[in-house]
Design a protein around this ligand. Structure first.
Ligand code: NAI
Length: 328
């Protein structure tokens, strides 16, 4: 077995945490031979509930779980972390304006960015799941000047997985036969799930589907609004699937994406595909050993261009709003 990896998780007593921690501890991230040390951050009032979750982790007797530490101080919990999964965020409550939401989350992600900058391990990788994920990642990144910008990513893997699942259902293909799915832009209702470069058993997915009306009126809105549909059905937001996607994203980032395929991940733009430099926007990326690279050279037609631009415009607005609030 190899030396232990320190994985920090924020919002650990929340819904996603309740699924995520057990998957991490059981070896879903790094396999059975890499011991995991969990470092769990919560706000003070949630620490008691988190103690209960830790009792359950103990009761699973996971051989891969080396240790668990909990606390409410990011400077302590992030100490020496190799991977930080930033799940905890302030949910939008009734009467809360968008500006209030950005401000409340801004406070969380400035503090956590600063703490990561101070105490995380040199090889730290940071994945942001908590919403608004792209802009929270941007805030953390800007508050951690000593951590390379490419170490910050935001989660659009759930959208990516949802898009694969919808395409499989439509065509009768197996999910394993679908490759090169892309989510562009923001993890929000403006996101653009793109099947024009996707493949089904090597054939172009849009050609297999051969139904532009389905793409526009069914596929895109179903993927973009899947979160709301789950709240409607379950009475609670997606948690197990969000945890699963958080693991998929981190695993592929650290261990590499599959040959002849790519994944969707929101990363700091280098200007590729006309996305303004520095915005944390979702792209098709290949990953290897903790590094990512934006897939280059995809042809973007007018239909796709308009949708990418709309989502990127929303990201620019969010960035302007947090700039005005003095958060970045
Ligand atoms: P939840 O409300 O059940 O749990 C959030 C937890 O974060 C709570 O236990 C809360 O105490 C904690 N928290 C709040 N502020 C914190 C801080 N400063 N430090 C540490 N912990 C803090 O929410 P749930 O369902 O677990 O979702 C978490 C986040 O993930 C939400 O923002 C949600 O919108 C987002 N999400 C993102 C998805 C994506 O695809 N990117 C998909 C689904 C959810």
């Amino acid at each position: 077995s190899t030396s232990p990896v320190k994985v920090a998780v924020t919002g650990a007593a929340g819904q996603i945490g309740y699924s995520l921690l057990f998957r991490l501890a059981s070896g879903s991230l790094l396999g059975p031979d890499t011991p995991i040390q969990l470092r769990l951050l919560e706000i003070t009032p949630a620490l008691k509930a988190l103690e209960g979750v830790v009792m359950e982790l103990d009761d699973c007797a996971f051989p891969t779980l080396d240790s668990v530490e909990i606390g409410d101080d990011p400077n302590h919990i992030f100490d020496g972390a190799n991977l930080a999964l930033l799940v905890g965020a302030r949910p939008r409550t009734k009467g809360m304006e968008r500006g209030d939401l950005l401000e409340a989350n801004g406070a969380i992600f400035t503090a956590q960015g600063k703490a990561l900058n101070e105490v995380a391990a040199d090889d730290i990788r940071i994945g942001v799941t908590g919403n608004p994920a792209n802009t929270n990642a941007l805030i953390a990144m800007k508050n951690a000047p000593n951590i390379p910008a490419e170490r910050f990513t935001a989660l659009t893997r759930l959208d990516h997985n949802r898009a694969i699942s919808q395409l499989a259902a439509k065509t009768g293909a197996k999910v394993a036969d679908i490759s090169k799915m892309t989510i562009w832009g923001n993890h929000s209702a403006t996101q653009y799930p793109d099947i024009f470069h996707a493949e089904i058993a090597g054939r172009n997915a849009a050609e297999v589907v051969d139904d532009q009306a389905w793409i526009e009126n069914d596929f895109i809105p179903t993927v973009a609004k899947r979160g709301a549909a789950i709240i409607e059905a379950r009475g609670a937001s997606s948690a197990a699937s969000a945890a699963s996607a958080t693991i998929d994203a981190a695993r592929d980032w650290l261990r590499g994406s599959a040959e002849n395929d790519w994944v969707s991940m929101a990363v700091a733009s280098d200007g590729s595909y006309g996305v303004p430099e520095g915005l944390i926007s979702s792209f098709p990326v290949t990953t290897k050993n903790g590094d990512w690279e934006i897939v280059q050279g995809l042809e973007i037609d007018e239909f796709s261009r308009a949708r990418i631009d709309a989502s990127v415009a929303e990201l620019a607005e969010e960035r302007d709003a947090v700039t005005q609030l003095g958060l970045i």
